[in-house]
Write a protein that binds this ligand. Structure first.
Ligand SMILES: Cc1cc2nc3c(=O)[nH]c(=O)nc-3n(C[C@H](O)[C@H](O)[C@H](O)COP(=O)(O)OP(=O)(O)OC[C@H]3O[C@@H](n4cnc5c(N)ncnc54)[C@H](O)[C@@H]3O)c2cc1C
Length: 428
């Protein structure tokens, strides 16, 4: 087992695929999208369906970034509870964002259906699991807040949570029936294929080195070729390579890793998540839990399994599996991979205007399947049709984050410490 991107389960288990060429000449277009994740592919699809000429350039392969590495939980909102969102940006702006993202799963599952995307889409809801008594109190508060904003959440007691998860590790759960799961890389590549079918021109292995505006059009330099465009969307998020002329990276990269078993037997799976919900818990250093189509159990946690703390994160995953499902203790993990989340200090996504007809979208802070699909679609419409008010957040003219490197180190060190020290503290 290796821990690099090649060991990413999603890269091995996605089925439908197409050859996407590299850019091989100069070209001009209405809209240039840089980055082939959910945001970029959704923007390209919307633009192409609206009749615009659109080009998407991806430095590596479609879904190389967070979109091809994540847990696959299609949530109906951000990680922050509603009251914290409205406290940070005000009632009107907060409700604009909450309402826009509440329909994220509707959009995702509709696109999957309309375009026949083969991505194991399952709309059976998600479970936010209380890891402790205080975690349950926090879910009770989220439940009340969600109710006020019209979210059809259900609070489950400990016994019902045992029935739904097959685990006795939790004190209760918050069920969101709007949500679901996908095989995230397959969803991303399916979106790209849908954009292609609608007329978008996609190029992989076509990393943009520089961008500039000459007073009329944007020019992007790609390995000796030029793409000229009236409108530009920068959708590189946490995986942004340095592009000369582009805004600097203003987020803190935070790693999250996942560990997948081999497919479990029917007998082993009998009581484990029989409803197929995707889960995450209330712990400060959060864990995720789901099953894929073949019955692999996948556990995730904050930290970088491709970094210096790899051995600690791996041991943590073994212990977590035994804690959630004692009967599976010792079952080996066959895949381990990690990805970077673009975290902002207020945990809210940003849409930044950085020149004429140019928007950069980043900072989903751990929630990008529904949000990326929504933001990409609406950013394309904002640029092409002037529908700025359809964006989930207001466009910012500038944005900066302080102390990015120390804060990234702090998150990783915090995860390593938590994964290494908490079991020792519990024993003593
Ligand atoms: C481990 C993990 C678990 C997560 N779990 C969930 C989850 O369960 N649910 C959820 O909703 N969200 C989750 N997220 C967040 C979600 O995955 C991201 O928010 C989302 O994928 C961001 O999509 P994006 O299109 O904005 O960026 P990305 O998917 O990162 O795409 C950016 C792309 O830009 C390309 N690029 C960079 N530089 C250049 C360049 N110079 N030229 C051309 N292309 C370039 C990159 O190669 C990359 O493919 C998770 C994230 C991680 C890392």
């Amino acid at each position: 087992m290796t821990s690099d991107h090649a060991d990413n389960l999603w890269r091995q288990s996605h089925r439908a695929d197409t050859d996407v060429p590299a850019l091989s000449g100069d070209i001009q277009t209405d809209l240039l999208v840089i980055g082939g994740g959910f945001t970029g592919c959704s923007a390209a699809l919307e633009a192409a369906q609206s009749g615009a000429d659109v080009i998407l350039l991806e430095a590596r392969t479609i879904g190389h970034g967070g979109s091809g590495r994540n847990v696959g939980l299609v949530n109906a909102g951000l990680w922050l509870p509603p009251d914290e969102i409205t406290k940070k940006i005000g009632q009107t702006a907060g409700m604009r964002l909450i309402d826009a993202l509440a329909v994220g799963p509707d959009l995702v599952f509709r696109l999957v259906q309309e375009h026949g995307i083969d991505c194991d889409a399952t709309r059976n809801g998600t479970l936010h699991l209380a890891h402790s008594a205080s975690g349950l109190r926090s879910l009770q508060s989220r439940f009340r807040q969600g109710n006020r904003t019209g979210a059809p959440l259900q609070l489950l007691d400990a016994e019902e949570t045992v029935r739904r998860t097959g685990s006795r590790a939790f004190h209760g759960a918050l069920f969101d029936p709007r949500a679901g799961t996908v095989q995230p890389l397959a969803y991303c590549r399916g979106l790209a294929q849908a954009a292609r079918d609608a007329g978008a021109k996609l190029f992989e292995n076509s990393g943009v080195e520089a961008i500039a505006h000459d007073g009329a059009l944007w020019t992007a330099q790609v390995h000796g070729h030029r793409v000229r465009a009236k409108h530009l969307i920068l959708a590189t998020n946490a995986y942004a390579d340095g592009i000369s002329g582009a805004p600097t990276r203003e987020f803190v990269p935070v790693h999250f890793s996942q560990f997948a078993t081999a497919p479990l037997t029917q007998e082993q799976l009998r009581d484990i998540l029989p409803g197929g919900e995707g889960c995450w818990d209330t712990d400060l250093v959060m864990s995720s839990l789901r099953i894929d189509r073949e019955g692999r159990l996948i556990i995730g946690g904050v930290g970088n399994v491709a970094g210096l703390g790899a051995a600690i994160h791996r041991k943590w995953a073994d212990r977590k599996l035994a804690q959630f499902y004692p009967e599976l203790a010792g079952t080996p993990f066959r895949h381990a991979w990690s990805g970077a989340i673009a975290m902002t200090s207020d945990h809210l996504p940003k849409v930044l205007s950085f020149g004429p007809n140019a928007l950069s979208i980043f900072g989903y802070s751990g929630r990008g399947i529904g949000p990326g699909t929504v933001f990409g679609k609406r950013a394309a419409r904002a640029l092409l049709f002037g529908e700025d008010s359809g964006l989930p957040v207001q466009i910012s003219e500038r944005y900066s984050e302080g102390l990015k490197a120390p804060r990234a180190a702090y998150y990783e060190l915090g995860a390593v410490m938590s994964h290494a020290i908490r079991p020792i503290l519990k024993k003593s």
